[in-house]
Ligand binder design. Structure first.
Ligand SMILES: C[S@@+](CC[C@H](N)C(=O)[O-])C[C@H]1O[C@@H](n2cnc3c(N)ncnc32)[C@H](O)[C@@H]1O
Length: 290
């Protein structure tokens, strides 16, 4: 007779298997996969230890597990990931939104809330999954009164049409229908009316990119690296800040890019800029005021 596999059997077997395959965070990933297949909350697995799995459930689990041991990121396997407490669809067309980017969003919210005049055009450049602009929108909607919130105008651009389609789906998923999503190479397709620019551009240099962990090669290359020295997009965007007279900008930056960015600001005759540290003490946000 075929063995009955319970939730507990599967958890124990898989954690051990992933450990042997040197997959990091084996317990967490096993719990995520199994709760996804069984449509349970992670915590509820522990209330269902004795529940046997049907063959179909075991087959689906095996299929996902095979993807995991080929180093595919768990986020793509699940198809969804949380950013700033909101759900986002993620697939191979978009960068997986990172924890550190939440700190960028937090900084922008803090700044916008402090302003008296809220009649502003806010732009997210290189929106990917839409994580930044959508969480910003949802948080500001919660935090501002209705009149102030209605004065804000939200736009997001990306050069990748496939990424933009994911961002549009994510807006729908979060019940938003008034963010403008535009296919554009940086600011090329935009008018000259941007007040606040936010961007987490591809900032990994090509030489660093070639040495990244295997998992990262599942993400779109043009979302991670500029295929140059990592500074291409900052040069372009900081130049646009000057040309278009954009009053405030926030950028996520690589942990080793502060000195290079000081040079770029100075070359563009920008003197009013600040770097902010992340929770680990690295400078990861550049704020520019004009
Ligand atoms: C690092 S990802 C950021 C994604 C998302 N904003 C986030 O923080 O999770 C950079 C994004 O920039 C986009 N991108 C690359 N080159 C671009 C360009 N020339 N113009 C506009 N977007 C570009 C990529 O398609 C990618 O979605």
């Amino acid at each position: 007779m075929e063995k009955t596999w319970t939730v507990l059997d599967i958890l124990n077997w898989t954690i051990n298997y992933l450990d042997k395959k040197n997959i990091e965070e084996s317990k967490y990933k096993t719990e995520l996969l199994l709760s996804h297949v069984l449509k349970l909350k992670r915590f509820d697995l522990y209330l269902n230890f004795d529940r046997p799995l049907f063959k179909q459930e075991r087959d689906s689990f095996k299929e996902l597990l095979n993807r995991l041991i080929k180093n595919e990121p768990i986020q793509y396997i699940l198809g969804k990931w949380e950013f700033y407490g909101y759900d986002f669809i993620v697939n191979k067309n978009v960068l997986i939104p990172r924890r550190e980017t939440e700190e960028l969003v937090e900084k922008v919210i803090e700044y916008l809330i402090s302003l008296d005049n809220k009649k502003l055009n806010i732009l997210d450049v290189g929106t990917g999954s839409g994580a930044i602009i959508i969480s910003l929108y949802l948080e500001l909607k919660k935090k501002l009164n209705n009149d102030d919130f209605k004065k804000l105008n939200f736009t997001a651009v990306d050069i990748s049409e496939k990424a933009l389609n994911v961002a549009i789906e994510n807006a729908k998923l979060n019940n938003i229908d008034d963010i403008n999503f535009i296919k554009s190479d940086l600011l090329c397709e935009l008018e000259n009316n941007i007040d606040i620019l936010i961007s987490n551009p591809p900032y990994v240099s090509l030489s660093e990119y070639n040495n990244l962990k295997k998992e990262l090669f599942f993400e779109p290359q043009n979302a991670i690296t500029d295929n140059k020295d990592g500074l291409y997009f900052y040069n372009k965007l900081i130049n646009s800040i000057m040309e278009r007279d954009i009053k405030k900008s926030f950028f996520e930056i690589g942990y080793n890019q502060k000195e290079d960015l000081i040079k770029i600001c100075k070359q563009n005759k920008i003197n009013n800029f600040n770097f902010h540290k992340d929770l680990s003490g690295n400078y990861r946000i550049l704020e520019i005021s004009k």
